[in-house]
Design a protein around this ligand. Structure first.
Ligand SMILES: Cc1cc2nc3c(=O)[nH]c(=O)nc-3n(C[C@H](O)[C@H](O)[C@H](O)COP(=O)(O)OP(=O)(O)OC[C@H]3O[C@@H](n4cnc5c(N)ncnc54)[C@H](O)[C@@H]3O)c2cc1C
Length: 421
């Protein structure tokens, strides 16, 4: 019998396979696609570096020549711009002041190969249709191999199926986000004008759109190719439901800086749409199973948090799995500390995202403030899993309250309807 079956070979699945192999726990990764396969989510945050370092994967990223991401820049609809550089707030124990922008097809394939090199048995082109249970204990999976359904037993099952949420759907654990219902349309372009400054041309650029919760990402994939994506509330998208291209260009052209950057651009692949992507499972763990990465929870990608959460949830889940094999206890209670940890970390992102969308100028104000800038950088770095370490979120709340209460406050008109409690 297998020790652990991991369903899904994206960043979460490959990372947990790698951690488990390093700890001497036998594991199998079953991936339905044949890598390389395209995927959204091309810009990292610096927290990812720690996991890549622990897994000895930084050398692979460097050898592949992925674009170094030194910072982020935000562009307001009035043309003003402000930026951060990761070098301002070094990460303890990490001696590089950048993270990466990636072609996810390449990154995910390399991570999967890396997991294999560390000991995971990897099978691609294998679709898992369900997790098998005896009473309420996971005992294996049913996989389709070369057209045949095969039941494969395992001591534990990890769901790393991303937004397919295998266990979430099977056990009806998936809860749609009550606030966010965003939609994105994206494609790759050559010849985007990324600006002239040597360093900022490799930043991620975020352009605010003059609509609630609307923004555009500009991510350099390599010297020639730039990924561009337009994000807006689904209600806005509804007007363009049969015309994603119209949705994309209308919003690009609504921001003069963007329109200028895109004037010389040439599209090189098809538009892809992503919708309904914010949710949480009501629980991430059960007897002999765990859900990690997007298979557990997904929050709005405004701060590029997804891959980092996928990697950290893999790291924290692997720690509990090691404990379970040491003690022979595979119960929900044994695995629960993993859920507490990851819920806490993603909860911090979620609170930050809500405060951000509640009052956009708040973000601008805090990131430019001498008192709060470092704390905001710490949030943006993505390594905080303990709410007590980021009191800046309380300061942001207090600021919003002040704006709400003072009738003549200059920013009052910019408050949105997002609930923050
Ligand atoms: C619009 C948008 C923009 C984003 N931008 C960013 C960004 O800039 N930066 C960032 O860090 N994140 C971003 N994300 C989030 C990021 O894409 C995800 O958080 C990340 O890919 C999660 O990794 P994962 O391994 O959990 O899931 P995935 O990467 O989705 O991997 C899951 C794997 O499981 C496989 N699989 C699924 N079902 C089965 C099955 N039944 N059997 C076998 N295999 C299966 C799939 O083929 C896939 O390879 C964005 C997301 C969206 C929607």
């Amino acid at each position: 019998m297998n020790d652990v079956i991991i369903v899904g070979g994206g960043p979460a699945g490959s990372a947990i396979g790698s951690y488990l192999s390093k700890a001497g726990i036998q594991n199998v990764i079953l991936e339905k696609a044949n890598h390389p396969r395209p995927h959204v989510g091309e810009s990292m945050v610096t927290s990812s570096t720690r996991v890549f370092k622990e897994l000895d994967f930084l050398k692979v990223l460097e050898a592949e020549g992925f674009v170094h991401k030194y910072g982020a820049s935000w562009h307001a609809p009035n043309g003003s711009e402000f930026a951060i550089e990761f070098g301002e707030f070094p990460q303890e124990g990490i001696d590089q002041d950048y993270t990466y922008h990636v072609d996810r097809a390449k990154l995910d394939m390399l991570l999967l190969k890396h997991a294999e090199s560390l000991g995971s048995k990897v099978y691609q082109g294998v679709h898992v249709s369900k997790v098998l249970f005896e009473d309420d204990r996971a005992v294996g999976v049913r996989a389709n191999i070369a057209g045949q359904d095969v039941d494969i037993p395992a001591r534990m099952v990890v769901d790393a199926t991303g937004r397919n949420t295998l266990i979430g759907n099977q056990l009806k654990l998936k809860v749609k986000d009550p606030i966010f219902n965003q939609y994105a349309v994206h494609a790759w372009f050559e010849n985007v004008d990324r600006g002239e400054e040597e360093r900022t041309e490799d930043f991620i650029h975020i352009y605010f759109l003059p609509i609630e919760r609307g923004w555009v990402w500009q991510i350099p994939i390599n010297n020639e190719i730039t990924s561009m994506g337009v994000v807006a509330d689904r209600n806005v998208f509804r007007d363009f439901s049969k015309d994603p291209e119209g949705f994309f260009w209308t919003h690009i052209n609504s921001n003069p800086d963007l329109a200028r950057a895109m004037a010389p651009a040439r599209q090189i692949n098809e538009f892809k749409s992503e919708g309904d992507y914010s949710y949480s499972l009501s629980k991430f763990v059960g007897n002999s199973y765990l859900c990690i990465g997007d298979a557990a929870r997904f929050v709005d990608p405004i701060f590029s948090s997804g891959v980092s959460v996928a990697l950290y949830s893999a790291k924290y889940a692997s720690e509990r799995i090691v404990k379970a094999f040491e003690t022979g206890d595979f119960s929900e209670e044994m695995l629960a500390p993993y859920e507490t940890k990851v819920r806490g970390g993603v909860g911090i992102w979620y609170e930050f995202i809500r405060l951000y969308y509640k009052l956009l100028p708040l973000f601008t104000h805090f990131i430019q403030s001498k008192t709060h800038r470092i704390e905001v950088l710490r949030l943006l770095q993505g390594e905080v899993y303990d709410r007590g370490q980021v009191p800046v979120l309380d300061a942001m709340r207090a600021y919003i309250e002040k704006v709400e209460k003072s009738e003549n406050h200059l920013l009052r008109a910019q408050l949105t309807s997002i609930p923050i409690d």
